[in-house]
Design a protein around this ligand. Structure first.
Ligand code: FES
Length: 132
């Protein structure tokens, strides 16, 4: 009962990372949902790692537990409250005080590792399964 090649192809999306500049965020679609691909700067990584033990983390997780390589953060762009797409992919978007994403629907704020820092969202942005 293995999926056919055409069904398997629908479940995969290939992203060419080298053209994505440091500091740039790109959105790709996967299974009808947005995926945020972020090429983080060293400053963004350091800021996120410094918050690993913050008592403000609603769904505690270290930065390292959410990435395969520090400079690449890949998360589903779906707010864990009611499923809206948070703002923050464009440099002109509001990103909230933690430099991640802001969901204007009800005010949830995510940091640069996609960790929820202000609810009502209950969980961090989901990490999709990725291959290198
Ligand atoms: S859907 Fe994002 S805060 Fe409600």
């Amino acid at each position: 009962m293995n999926p056919s090649a055409d069904i398997l192809a629908l479940s995969l999306v290939q992203v060419d990372l080298p053209p994505i500049q440091e500091g740039q965020r790109v959105t790709v679609m996967w299974s009808g949902r947005p995926v945020f691909v972020c090429h983080r700067s060293a400053e963004e990584v350091a800021r996120s790692e410094a918050d690993d033990r913050s008592p403000e983390l609603i769904d505690p997780a270290t930065d390292a537990s959410r990435v395969k390589r520090k400079e690449w953060l890949i998360v589903l762009g779906v707010c864990t409250h009611l499923g809206c797409v948070p703002l923050g992919q464009s440099v002109t978007d509001p990103r909230g005080r933690y430099g991640g994403w802001f969901c204007p629907c009800h005010g949830s704020v995510y940091d640069g590792a996609g960790r929820v820092r202000r609810g009502p969202a209950p969980r961090n942005l989901e990490i999709p399964s990725t291959r290198s």
